[in-house]
Design a binder for this molecule. Structure first.
Ligand SMILES: NC(=O)c1ccc[n+]([C@@H]2O[C@H](COP(=O)([O-])OP(=O)(O)OC[C@H]3O[C@@H](n4cnc5c(N)ncnc54)[C@H](OP(=O)(O)O)[C@@H]3O)[C@@H](O)[C@H]2O)c1
Length: 304
């Protein structure tokens, strides 16, 4: 079975590749991990389609995305090309070749106005360009591939790789903590962090249990609920306890209105993951435990 992982240099892509090494019967699978240069989602559609026709993968896990939420407000065309047209082109080729696709999406396809956890089939109402382009990407994939497509929406993804809230906070705690400076962190945006490790295990489960059909639209995060402030607070506590940082900054909770950003973000985008957790049928970790596990692997943390 051939599996193509796009965005293989990103935090989720890297985690998937790392986890693949631990899969039993992995010799039945061959993974392909082209770089952006080899498979660029902003290239012409026929170039991408011909790459896919030649490879003819059984599965594509599309982790490649334009992920800079604020910058997308200015680079709308590029974000649209990568997050909407890219997945559309992949699904067009897979439709022809009878392949399956896992499209990674985001809680930012929702406005945050619902006031209770979002269910997979709730109406999409994004409030940012990033969210809009990801929502359109979802629509294209579903309409082309139907039951051979799986959309997984995740919230607040982090890992020990690349650029994310965890790594930013570790650095800020360490630097600002020297003189006990204060960090202002938003407390009125609520959702739940997702460790790339737990998400990767879920994705491999879907592919390995090919015969048991996973739902078409799924939500995934670790368990629990928190604000960015809570997340930053726990990062400081755990990292200090584990000796990853030597100093901890003081944290001050602020409203989103006191930290203006180019893109609007949902205030309450907690995802209802019950169906996915049932399908996973493995251990689901509270976000604090998942964070502790990532920090436990501190050798890999590249913060300074
Ligand atoms: N990060 C979050 O908080 C978050 C939250 C919810 C959902 N998600 C979704 O989760 C998925 C994985 O995100 P991530 O955090 O792992 O992303 P990431 O670390 O930002 O990595 C993005 C990946 O996409 C690649 N890429 C960017 N533009 C490309 C293009 N034009 N053609 C081909 N590849 C391109 C990057 O390649 P280079 O190395 O060459 O740049 C990189 O490998 C994405 O679908 C994202 O929308 C993320």
């Amino acid at each position: 079975m051939k599996i193509l992982i796009t965005g293989s240099s990103g935090q989720l892509g890297k985690t998937l590749i790392e986890d693949f090494k631990n899969i039993r019967n992995k010799n039945q699978f061959k993974i392909y991990t082209p770089s952006r240069k080899e498979f660029n989602l902003s290239s012409k559609s026929d170039e991408l389609e011909s790459f896919l026709d030649k490879l003819n993968p059984d599965w594509v896990i599309n982790c490649a995305a334009y992920t800079e939420v604020d910058k997308a407000e200015e680079e709308q065309e590029l974000a649209y090309q990568i997050n909407s047209i890219g997945p559309k082109t992949i699904s067009k080729a897979l439709e022809r070749n009878k392949g399956k696709m896992i499209q990674i999406s985001t809680d930012y396809v929702f406005s945050g106005g619902k006031g209770s956890p979002y269910k997979p089939y709730d109406k999409l109402d994004p409030i940012s360009i990033y969210g809009k382009t990801k929502a359109e990407g979802e629509d294209y994939v579903i309409s082309k591939l139907k039951e051979r497509s799986h959309i997984i929406r995740v919230s607040w993804l982090y890992s020990s790789y690349r650029k994310n809230f965890l790594l930013t906070m570790l650095k800020l705690h360490q630097v600002k903590g020297v003189n006990k400076e204060t960090l202002k962190i938003v407390y009125d945006q609520i959702s739940c962090p997702t460790s790339a490790n737990s998400l990767s295990k879920f994705i491999w489960k879907i592919i390995l249990s090919d015969k048991k059909l996973a739902p078409q639209i799924m939500h995934w995060s670790d368990a629990g609920v928190c604000s960015w402030y809570d997340f930053a607070f726990e990062i400081g506590n755990l990292a200090l306890e584990k000796g990853i940082i030597k100093n901890k900054a003081l944290l001050y909770p602020i409203r989103s209105s006191e930290y203006p950003t180019k893109a609007k973000r949902p205030n309450f985008s907690l995802l209802d993951c019950t169906e996915s957790w049932d399908f996973f049928d493995g251990q689901i970790f509270h976000w604090k435990i998942a964070l502790s596990k990532v920090l436990g692997n501190s050798r890999r943390l590249n913060i300074f």
